[in-house]
Design a protein around this ligand. Structure first.
Ligand code: PHE
Length: 456
């Protein structure tokens, strides 16, 4: 492709990739999974998954994207012309479109909750039922969630059409530091609350008796989702990296940032819940955690200081919007770059195609909490089925093929040249990396998929 854009700076590239990785997966999903699966023990298994599965696949995506300087489908066509490998890229594009459609529903909710927090609507609420009512009434409404979904996708759209340097990079440079600041302030507030120690202990005390096959599998799924792996998202971003970017270092940096933010989210949520005497029962740490449990926790924890409850909730929901936006941008970009380069549509038109398709599909997901609640796909709501399909099938399958591609198919010299920037950076881990990509990563992922079908 001629006149393809690049990220203007190394920092911009790292922040954009980290922005993709850090999202609702870290702040919403990670604490839920940690709470359900035994706290610190889960965290240790999760970190193991990041090291053994996440990092090798991320590096693979980076090198495929950077080498080919193409959208994810074209990338495989270039590296393996005339073979079916291009379908791995196409699966990624499809997954990007798919995930954006339902992810933007939850992202839309974060706008509503930021508004509720801003207008002090939680003030004076004390009972769990009150918070439940607010959530159920809102999410089952036919209009507002749909409108907010559209607003969120349009917000994403306008960043994406600005292009790589002026849109994605510039916004990531503003939004990511903002996110760090908000999250750091929230951690400090949370752990300094009275009785927060109990929540901290929950996060730091590993109870290995809880670790079974299911826990390991959840940790692997969470690693994929959180690192945005398996759908060519980071491959697309890497196609805008400069030839000087050190891919292994960038992989390490993105993984560290993503894991730190997830841990920090844990240090916000569990101490706050403990401080509010909320009792961490598995029911409370389900998907409603940040929309029902947390506002309640904020109100209770700061019952003597309503202004602090106000600031805490406004900041938290703003943080969620920011985190979700940098992730939706990356999903949108996968599809937009594919459409614009493969169908010669131009960036603007391509972005409109993706925006309209995702809004269309997203409406069904948004309505599946109300008007379309009775429509079931394999026994789940539309939203539930989409989430299940994307995180349990599409991402792991994509990741497995990426590992097989780089481990078994890709030319070894090309691989080495790409990660060493043609010999200018050392890569003493090369042999180990190839071994992991050939055997460990694909087999482990295969196990996730089989377990999802209840095969063992
Ligand atoms: N990693 C994002 C998050 O944690 C979600 C995501 C998945 C983004 C797949 C892009 C691709 O929220």
């Amino acid at each position: 492709m001629t006149n393809r854009e690049n990220f203007g700076s190394k920092l911009g590239a790292i922040l954009a990739a980290a922005g993709s990785a850090v999202g609702l997966g870290n702040i919403w999903r990670f604490p839920i999974e940690t709470g359900r699966n035994g706290g610190a023990a889960f965290i240790l298994v999760y970190i193991g998954c990041i090291l053994l599965l996440g990092m090798p696949i991320m590096l693979s995506e980076f090198l495929i994207g950077r080498h080919t300087q193409s959208n994810t489908a074209r990338a495989y066509q270039k590296l393996a012309p005339g073979t079916p490998w291009k379908w791995v890229g196409r699966l990624g594009v499809f997954t990007g479109f798919f995930i954006l459609s339902y992810y933007a529903v939850v992202a839309g909710w974060t706008i509503e909750y930021a508004g509720l927090a801003l207008f002090n609507q939680f003030d004076g609420m004390t009972e769990r039922q009150d918070f439940e009512q607010v959530f159920t009434n809102f999410s089952s409404e036919p209009f507002l969630p749909v409108i907010l979904l559209i607003v969120f996708i349009l917000l994403t759209h306008f960043v994406v059409v600005r292009g790589v340097a002026k849109g994605i990079e510039r916004w990531s440079k503003v939004l990511m530091p903002m996110l760090f600041i908000i999250i750091a302030v929230l951690v400090v507030c949370s752990v300094s609350m009275p009785k927060a120690g109990e929540g901290v202990r929950f996060l730091l005390y590993p109870d290995f008796s809880k670790v079974d096959g299911g826990v390991v599998l959840s940790a692997m799924g969470q690693a994929f989702y959180s690192l945005s792996l398996g759908m060519g998202c980071l491959c697309t971003y890497a196609s805008y990296f400069s030839k000087k970017t050190n891919l292994a270092k960038t992989t390490l940096q993105v993984c560290i940032i993503d894991t730190l933010i997830a841990l920090m989210a844990g240090f916000i949520i569990f101490p706050a819940a403990a401080a509010a005497d909320y009792g961490l029962t598995p029911d409370d740490i389900g998907p409603s955690l940040i929309f029902i449990t947390l506002p309640n926790v904020f109100q209770q924890a700061f019952s003597g200081m309503p202004w602090l409850a106000y600031i805490f909730s406004v900041m938290f929901y703003l943080l969620l919007i920011v985190a979700a936006l940098t992730s939706t941008i990356s999903m949108h970009e996968v599809v937009t770059s594919y459409m614009s380069e493969e169908f010669h549509l131009g960036r603007k038109k391509a972005a409109w195609v993706e925006t309209s398709m995702s809004i269309f599909l997203g409406i069904f997901c948004a309505l599946s909490f109300g008007a379309l609640g009775d429509v079931k796909i394999f026994g789940q709501t539309i939203f539930g089925a989409f989430d299940w399909m994307a995180s349990n099938i599409c991402l792991p399958v994509g990741g497995m093929f990426i590992a097989i591609f780089t481990g078994w198919y890709l030319d070894r010299q090309l691989f080495r040249d790409e990660i060493t920037n043609c010999g200018t950076v050392r890569a003493p881990y090369f042999k180990l990396l190839i071994f992991v990509l050939r055997y460990i990563t694909p087999l482990a992922i295969f196990a996730i998929i089989l377990s999802n079908f209840g095969m063992f």
